[in-house]
Design a binder for this molecule. Sequence first.
Ligand SMILES: [Zn+2]
Length: 139
Amino acid sequence: MDMTQLPTVAKKIYHPCKKCGCERYQVVTSHTGPTTARLECEVCKSKSLFKLEEPKRTRTAVPKKPATKSKAAAHVARFTELRDKNGDKPRPYNMKSEFEVGTVLEHPKFGLGFVILANLQAIQVVFEDEERSLVHNRA
Ligand SMILES: [Zn+2]
């Protein structure tokens, strides 16, 4: 039997009866849950529980990649894209200087970086290994 929904109450279904030891017409007397119903054998009147089989879930074709790995890959792709777009000569990073969005900078420790956000005190910079928040404009 291939059912995806519970048979309605008072409906008869052909179902194995334990007491009779064979398949019998059984009446659905009530629903006890979203996938369970009570049955009553037409022949021996014994009551049993009917459980709907869970529909088999189709597995998604896309295998899950480790989040950290894909995140790192996304970062590298972002950095590469920024580097390809910004051919400017990098400005040496100095917390006293002011940097604007789009500026290419050279940090003594982190190396080449691209300013993607800037406010009065801080800049958000994409470096090759990760994105960092740096201070600037510290006159
Ligand atoms: Zn029976």
